[in-house]
Write a protein of this length. Structure first.
Ligand SMILES: Nc1ncnc2c1ncn2[C@@H]1O[C@H](COP(=O)(O)OP(=O)(O)OP(=O)(O)O)[C@@H](O)[C@H]1O
Ligand SMILES: [Mg+2]
Length: 230
């Protein structure tokens, strides 16, 4: 499942005084089984680019495809459907439901698929155990720590076994041993032939041996030669 972006742009608040050109003519191709690390300063467009790749938002210009699916100009319900089928997305700010339990949040992607409560639980528990948060499964998210929320967001992204995993600063709230554990999980997904795309500045992520390619954004443009490219 190859991902291709051709001259993709994203303008927020187009033609208004608060217009922002967040991405400018970004072209790239990512092969199945790659693990790509996306770097760039705050405001350079990383989250915007990940959101387009993850079928969360549509670009305002250019074309984009995941495998044989064109994703740039889709009605919202198709984009949502592709996202559910193809993508696990770890949001930078988690996007968890504060009043719902950890277990409900993590199993949320299974609801539209009609998976029974028993199977939802069976799928979630090993994942929560692996991430060290199973003892919090019945806690409402508002009672969780930053690192626990981060792990909840990661567990939710993995519950569907997605072919494409996109993670926006997934280790920002984690201590080093936990960050290493997360990278091991991502590397294992990559080893299974899944595609992993991570926005991060964390040296532990950036220099991880499983990373196949580093990309850098600056002012909404992809740099030809990212700093520190191996
Ligand atoms: N929904 C939005 N409406 C208007 N402007 C936006 C919106 N989302 C992002 N922007 C703007 O687009 C630019 C790129 O934002 P983006 O969140 O993609 O950057 P980023 O590289 O992820 O930054 P950070 O490292 O701080 O997370 C920023 O200038 C931001 O203010
Ligand atoms: Mg961001």
């Amino acid at each position: 499942m190859r991902i291709v972006l051709d001259q993709v742009s994203k303008v927020y608040n187009s033609a208004q005084p608060n217009e922002v050109v967040a991405l400018e003519r970004v072209s790239l191709a990512i092969d199945k089984g790659e693990m790509v690390c996306l770097e760039g300063p705050s405001g350079s467009g990383k989250t915007t680019l990940l959101s387009i790749l993850g079928c969360v938002i549509a670009p305002t210009g250019g074309s984009a495809s995941i495998g044989d699916k064109k994703i740039a100009r889709l009605p919202d319900h198709f984009r949502t459907s592709y996202r559910r089928q193809l993508v696990g997305f770890v949001f930078q700010h988690f996007n968890l439901l504060e009043e719902r339990s950890l277990l409900e949040n993590v199993t949320l992607p299974l609801y539209p698929l009609g998976v029974s409560p028993r199977v939802r639980r069976e799928r979630a528990l090993p994942l929560l155990q692996r991430l060290g948060i199973d003892h919090r499964r019945d806690f409402p998210v508002r009672q969780l720590s930053g690192g626990e929320r981060q792990r909840a967001a990661i567990a939710r992204a993995l519950i569907n076994d997605p072919p494409l995993l996109i993670a926006d600063e997934p280790t920002a709230h984690l201590d080093r041993p936990l960050a290493g554990e997360i990278m091991d999980i991502f590397a294992a997904l990559k080893a299974e032939g899944r595609t992993v795309i991570i926005a991060s500045h964390d040296p532990l992520v950036v220099t991880h041996p499983a990373v196949t390619r580093r990309l850098a954004l600056h002012g909404g443009r992809l740099l030809a030669d990212p700093p520190g490219q191996r």
